[in-house]
Design a protein around this ligand. Sequence first.
Ligand SMILES: [Zn+2]
Ligand SMILES: [Zn+2]
Length: 191
Amino acid sequence: MPMELILGAINKTTNKYDNLKFASKQYKYKCVSCGIDITYRDGAKNFPCFVHKRTGCLYYKNPTIQQLKKDSMMLLQSVIEKNKIQLYKKCSRCNVDCEIFIPDYQNNYSVVLDYNFIHNGQNITVDIAYLDGNNKILCLFNILTNNDLDRETDYEPCYNIQAGELFLMPIWKNDKLQLYSDKQVICNNCN
Ligand SMILES: [Zn+2]
Ligand SMILES: [Zn+2]
């Protein structure tokens, strides 16, 4: 599957990232990386995709790991802002999916990328922070790529998501993105 099928673009009307899932012919788009205008194509014969002129920018052809990670972070940010995320942990005994509660996004909430905070006197950076109207942390996310070692955290709630779940084979159910945190739990039935 070529990468242009899955990476997102900047919507020129809202100036926000749109994943292909939410892209529409009614908007104009620009490349996340170089900012050049790109075309959204969705015809009877084509799978939906973003088409980038040949300029040397390889964002949609051969993105770097850093670009994939950034795209994943923006996708996660956008699905939180649209209330289109469903997060699960697996039960380590019976393998059943246990849904993790994520508060609904409100107008005064924010989703911040590369978020810094102090924890036990240490300066910590996480990939994504979901904050309420008082900038209180609701939950934190790190996106793991193949280059990352598991990021152990002692602050909660913080969920590690494999980047591939966002750009390789995202699973959409009822318009919501289904994601799994790498932390496992023991479900109520097994407890
Ligand atoms: Zn570009
Ligand atoms: Zn179980």
